[in-house]
Every structure is written in structure tokens, then in C-alpha cells.
Design a protein. Sequence first.
Length: 178
Amino acid sequence: MTGEHELDDGLAAFDQLGREMAETNRLLRAVQSDQVARRQQEHDRSTEMQAALGQATKASQKALQAAQAEIRSSLLWTGLTAFLIVLVAFGGGYFFGQRAGWSSGHADGYQKARNQEAAASWANTPAGQRAYGLDQLGSLDLVSQCMGHDWQRSTRDGKRVCFPQADAKGNMAGWYIP
């Protein structure tokens, strides 16, 4: 009976081994199906993340394009404003400069005309006629620039004076020169 008992024990052990193998196979299939499910979940999450990343990239590109367009627009308006300010400044400068120049020229012309009128009026006086006569004879430059023979130039009271030759007593008489 020991042989039979051993055979029963061996069959029971073999039967137990078969059940354990079946349980191991069942557990392996469960692990495999869990792994497949996890891989599918990871794949789904990866796909979702790639889609979200694509949307984020598109959104950032749109934001970048909008910012670039805003910068261009701002630069354009800033440039146009600066150009208009410069244009107004040049226009104002020209206008005020032209008016000031015209006023100054008008005043200078009026003063010269007054001086010319005074000179013309003086030229008609007896002294003016004598000066004209000296000029016609070529002596006006000689007298006005103190260029006669042995004439001396000097300064008195901050004015230039011309002295011709001294008289017999050594006194000198002269005139102021311009």
C-alpha cells in the first residue's frame, strides 16, 4: 500500500501542481491584461498630452504673432507721431524765422533808407557841397585818412586826430578823423 499511497500522493501533488499552474497562468493573464490596459491608458494620455501640447503651441504662436503685430503697429504710430512733430517744428521754425527775418530786414532797410535820406539831405548843405568838391579834386581821402606830407596821427580822448605841420610857435592844430 505504500506504493498506492505514494501514487495517490503523487497524483494529488500533480493535481495540486496543475491547479497552481492554472492559477499562475490566470495571474499571468491578469498581469498581461493589466499591462495592456496600462499601455493603452499611457498611449491615450500621451495622445491627449500631444494634442494639448499642439494646442498650447498654436496658442503661443498666435500670441506671438499678435504681439509682433502690436509692436509693429506701435512702432508705426510712434514713427508717424515723431515725423509729425518734426514736421510741425520745422514748419513753426520756418514761419517764425521768416517773420523775424522779414521784420529785421524791413527795420534794417528802413534805417538804411533813413540814413540815405539823411546823407542825401546833408549832401545838399554847403558843407556837403564842399566835401563833394574835395572828393572831386581827390583831396577828401587825403584829409579823411590823414595822409598828407609830414602829417601826424595821434589819439586824444579816445579819438583819432590828424595834425599837419606845426606853426612858427610850435603849436599844432588838427582835426578828428573817422
